[in-house]
Design a protein around this ligand. Structure first.
Ligand code: FE2
Length: 385
């Protein structure tokens, strides 16, 4: 009898999910580095299993190492400050087949130990895999099309062009964070607390490519996901370039979002404002790996008359700096999950993207990135305080 059958099944599913992603990469492309600020693809092939091994076998169960070099090489990702790009060479890394051997051995050994693993570590391993299912998807997004297999993307629901308007949110209490009794969460989600939020207005829809195009025509730089060819704008999708879909949300950095909001005489919502606006709102259909690219901002229109797609169809930047909640304590087994990023350089994102797993749709989950990081599935909407 397995101790945690549900968690063991979820870990197996999370592994399958990330395995499928690596199968999209052509065999000759594992040393590519699609994003200059991140590791080469090969790192991620070893990272997921090295993380589980270091956490579960080494830290939790004190098992002897069988490959200390890989345990260290694949232990941590990177997030360098602007101007400090990594300079490693392909020859600094092992062959993919060596990493696959390591992964097989790790999985085999962990599967024998899994009954002894405290539940919290299994949650961490599962959610870590699924976080990388998203972060590796956006890295793969920027890999040259000739280096990856093409997946047929289901067509998004067609929808009416949005007519932008603001929705009033009355003054009230926002509940942020969670308590241990509510189940697993990462260190930065603790603990639950309430914040009083004065009344404000928020965009019914995310800002669209079409609206942002007006800003670009006024002289703003185009977002990283756009490319201009022969005077026409295109969206660089996961598997192909398509004429810029004017009713899809625009992917931007926080700096671009903030500049756009200022240009419109508005602001970017704070984290508590996002909670106030989203507490009763339904989740978008475009989450949990259903699509690779966005859908129209009106695609979830239905009975709900409030703000659309707060959770789904693209993370949303907030104007809140990533900082600890009152009572924050780092996980002793993963001290660097949140704490190094409380540095005044990272902003909180809320909601979810098309590539965000269902487990992260809980309201307390917080994402964060550098304010000028342009590669992610990050959208925004306007607020008026
Ligand atoms: Fe990681």
């Amino acid at each position: 009898m397995l101790a945690h059958p549900d968690l063991i099944r979820r870990l197996a599913e999370a592994r399958e999910n990330t395995d499928e992603l690596f199968q999209l990469v052509h065999p000759d492309a594992f040393y590519e580095r699609p994003i200059p600020e991140r590791h080469r693809i090969l790192f991620y092939l070893g990272h997921l299993e090295a993380f589980d091994w270091n956490l579960i076998a080494r830290y939790a169960l004190d098992r002897p190492a069988f490959h200390t070099e890989f345990d260290r090489l694949f232990a941590f990702g990177i997030d360098p400050p602007p101007g400090q790009l990594p300079s490693d060479q392909p020859s600094d890394w092992p062959r993919p087949s060596e990493v696959e051997d390591y992964n097989r051995r790790v999985r085999g050994e962990l599967d024998r130990l899994v009954d002894q693993v405290p539940e919290q570590y299994l949650h961490v391993a599962i959610e870590h895999h699924l976080m990388h299912a998203e972060t590796f998807a956006y890295i793969l997004h920027h890999l040259d099309y000739r280096h990856k297999a093409k997946v047929e993307e289901p067509a998004p629901r067609t929808a009416a062009m949005p007519s932008p308007r603001m929705v009033d949110i009355p003054a009230g209490t926002a509940r942020l964070g969670r308590t241990p009794a509510e189940g697993f969460g990462w260190d930065n989600e603790f603990t639950a607390h309430e914040v009083e939020v004065p009344g404000f207005a928020i965009g019914r829809y995310k800002v669209t490519n079409g609206e942002y195009l007006e800003f670009v025509r006024e002289g703003a730089a185009p977002p990283f996901f756009w490319v201009e060819r022969g005077g026409e704008w295109y969206y660089r999708g996961m598997f192909s370039e398509i004429p810029l879909p004017l009713d899809w949300p625009v992917y931007t950095t926080f700096r671009e979002a903030e500049a756009y909001a200022r240009w419109r005489g508005k602001s970017i919502p704070t984290e508590p404002q996002f909670h106030r606006a989203s507490c009763a709102a339904p989740v978008s259909r475009n989450v949990d790996f259903r699509r690779w690219d966005p859908a129209p901002v009106t695609a979830d229109e239905g009975a709900w008359q409030g703000p659309q797609q707060l959770t789904g169809n693209g993370w949303e930047w907030t104007s809140t700096l990533f900082a600890p909640f009152p009572g924050f304590t780092p996980f002793p087994f993963y001290r660097n999950y949140s704490e190094p990023f409380f540095d005044g350089q990272h902003h909180v994102l809320k909601g979810a993207s098309p590539r965000t797993a269902a487990c992260f749709l809980r309201p307390s989950f917080r994402n964060w990135f550098r304010v000028g990081y342009p590669y992610i599935y990050a959208t925004f909407r306007l607020a008026d305080s």
